[in-house]
Design a protein around this ligand. Structure first.
Ligand code: TA6
Length: 301
């Protein structure tokens, strides 16, 4: 692929960052350094894998994920933008927007002094994306890899009129057995329960999973933790630019219907999504910039 050669000449970092052909022929950026390693598909600027050096993967990536142009990848860190969930007025538009299924362009790379590797992508607007969202916007995704992974989504309103944005880092985390984990940090938050028609409820204690869970938590803080006794670790999620968090596990029936989880795939994953959703939508003034970011790290129990 000539494109890969050109990308490596422009943004490659010897021994740290290389562009290559990935699964399904998708172009990927392979990042590795003393702290950890990650693989990022250029489609969707989609972090597919991340593991700190010598540790188990932090992100879950389905063994049955479909890697094809225009198809969202089941796992990793899908970018939901410029809307989260169903489009507010046009049901024909794709759920979770289009950012995760279109091509992005690397625009900068850097070997940081602290040993981490940084790669910046910008979404490539096309007539198809402009047809779905005519409002002039710029979207960048800055990915920083070391012993932790940081994903920072920066939206700039390029027009003279305000834009209302909803979005999420729809992150899939690898767990030993979802039935044994607990998610801490959402205690006493209200949430909208999508499984029960978006009924508004109140979270008592840590979140546990024993059936389909699909909840938008409101007023969430900037530190959430997934306590996983099976892997004897805590996954720490430190966020900024977000006051809402989504917790999702499709459970058995819905996972089977989706077709890219595989047998019992739902048991090894949980989505804890850093979002601007529901009441937490963002009104972007003309020229304004909003950054939604999350840092993922682990601590052993
Ligand atoms: O974030 C949870 C959710 O909105 C669920 O309702 C489910 O639709 C999930 O996202 C996955 O959506 P996808 O379009 O990636 O299959």
């Amino acid at each position: 692929m000539e494109r890969l050669q050109s990308l490596n000449e422009q943004f490659g970092i010897k021994g740290q960052l290389e562009f290559a052909e990935g699964p399904g022929g998708l172009a990927v950026a392979e990042i590795r350094n003393a702290g950890g390693r990650a693989t990022v598909a250029l489609q969707g600027a989609h972090v597919m894998t991340f593991e700190p050096h010598g540790d188990e993967p932090v992100l879950w990536l389905s063994d049955y994920a479909k890697f094809a142009p225009g198809k969202s990848i089941r796992g990793g860190v899908p970018v939901c933008w410029p809307w989260f969930g169903a489009h507010a007025s046009d049901p024909a538009l794709p759920a979770h927007g289009y950012a995760r299924t279109v091509d992005w362009q690397p625009v900068a790379s850097e070997a940081l002094a602290d040993g981490r590797t940084r790669l910046v992508f910008e979404l490539i607007e096309t007539p198809a994306t402009k047809a779905m969202c005519p409002h002039p916007l710029r979207l960048r995704n800055t990915i920083t890899v070391g012993t932790t992974l940081t994903v920072a989504l920066e939206t700039t309103n390029l027009s003279q009129t305000p834009f209302r944005l909803t979005q999420a880092l729809h992150t899939y985390f690898a767990v030993a057995d979802v039935r044994r984990i607990s998610i801490e940090g959402l205690e006493d938050c209200d949430y909208l329960d999508k499984v029960e028609g978006f009924a508004r409820k109140h979270q008592q204690g840590p979140v546990t999973i024993a059936h389909e869970v699909d909840r938008i938590y409101l007023g969430s803080g900037d530190l959430l933790e997934i306590r996983d006794p099976g892997m004897e670790r805590i996954i720490r999620i430190t966020s900024s630019g977000s006051r809402s968090a989504v917790v999702w596990n499709p459970w058995i029936e819905k996972a089977e219907k989706m077709g890219d989880f595989g047998p019992d795939g739902h048991l090894g994953m949980v989505c804890v999504e850093t979002a601007n959703a529901a009441d937490d939508s963002i009104e972007l003034a003309p020229g304004a910039v909003h950054t939604l970011s999350a840092e993922y790290g682990i601590e052993y129990l």
